[in-house]
Design a protein around this ligand. Sequence first.
Ligand code: FAD
Length: 437
Amino acid sequence: MKKAFSMLLCVIMLLTLCAVPALAETVSVTEAGFGGDVTVTLTVEDGKVTDVQIVGPGETEALGGAAMPVLAEEILAAQSPYVDAYTGATVTSTAVLAAAEKAFAEAGLSVEAPEVVKGEDETASCDVVVIGMGASGSFAAVSAAENGAAVIGIEMTNGLGGMGNAAQGMFAIDSVLQHERYGDDLGSDEQYWFEHIFDRTQYLGNGQLIRTLVGESAETVQYVLDHDIAMYLSAQPQQIAHFGETIVYHRWNNTNPFVHMAEYIEKNNVDVRFGTHADKLEPAGDGTWNVICTKADNGTLTVNAKAVIMSTGSFAGNEAMMREALGDDVYEAAFVIGGCDGTGLEMLYDNGAAKGELLTMNHGVGPRAASTPDGGAIKVATQLTMNTPILWVNRQGKRFMNEDLLKDTVEFSSAVLAQGGYAYTIDSLLGSERYAG
Ligand SMILES: Cc1cc2nc3c(=O)[nH]c(=O)nc-3n(C[C@H](O)[C@H](O)[C@H](O)COP(=O)(O)OP(=O)(O)OC[C@H]3O[C@@H](n4cnc5c(N)ncnc54)[C@H](O)[C@@H]3O)c2cc1C
């Protein structure tokens, strides 16, 4: 009797357990996106993903912001992290897809990465090969082609412009736009800006390059204007620290310069190989060079060229180089906007280029994003700390600079470095009020 009763109990318990729906599990993984952290959260029920949420408040609204809901839908529909990147938002897409891949693994969902069938190996030859079709490479390629060269461009992403897509304008002195506004007397000249930039870079910059950048800037503006990229000089300098100075920032006129450069690339028959990563640069032995690349289909492309323009941008995506440049403690505290992997520099070093000191620009490297006290949306710390009026003090609690300098990332970094690299902000608003603002 007792045995029958306990068996009945077991059956009832089993039936009860079967009736309880499986608990939904959520898994979140965060990766660094374009303007801050990007978090992918999967809801998993019965081994199936039932919801995908992607949050990245620091992403550019029109690019990464538009990409996130689309990628969420595609991941959910495919039940896989292996979906196509969103065109035009490469950095956000890479972060989302890497986070999704980890989240699937953490949730114990085994999804096989699609097998890539290796494509054919290819060779090509030209007068000039441009490695990296970003801000400098795309203009260099067009200019070489306009001067009669047969040009091949190698670009690892699927679009032009690289980090140049983040820029909204360019520096120049003595430009046609400045002369239209100020007449003959601009209020400052090439020598002033050469010294100013050199001084603000703590004399660590390359003097010859800075001289070229400043000296050729007016001509560069003209070249940009001649390629249908409209620009204007703003009424006031962007940064409070520069009020009263000649306006040197030439803004694109609500346009993306690389859309126009794409037209000139086509017009001048520049052969751009997108989705192609340059891995190695070797002398071919006859005065020409071979660039060995990996194509998107994993086949090899070898380009033989009489001249090579290396325009592979930053090394912000190379952890070892970034640690060398920033030091381990700063690297670990820093948020770094995604960047290139440093292969361009490595290719140059392999061919005997002198290894100078690795330097980073403050633009694109900032303090890591902070969470709100109530665990809400995340904002990039620089956005919060750069909102004046906030009192900045050093480790002795002493004010050490005019807080207007906060609008100039280079100058405020220098000021903080001069205090031993640490500064504190004293804010009259409660944290939550400022976060809310
Ligand atoms: C947030 C932000 C805002 C900015 N705003 C401004 C601004 O307003 N004005 C301004 O003048 N500057 C601005 N800058 C700086 C400016 O974007 C850079 O100085 C400029 O883009 C550098 O040009 P580049 O051609 O050297 O590199 P990039 O423009 O980054 O181009 C490098 C290209 O090389 C490709 N590449 C790299 N390695 C390989 C490889 N091995 N094989 C194939 N392709 C490769 C990359 O995909 C990329 O397309 C800003 C930077 C940031 C981060």
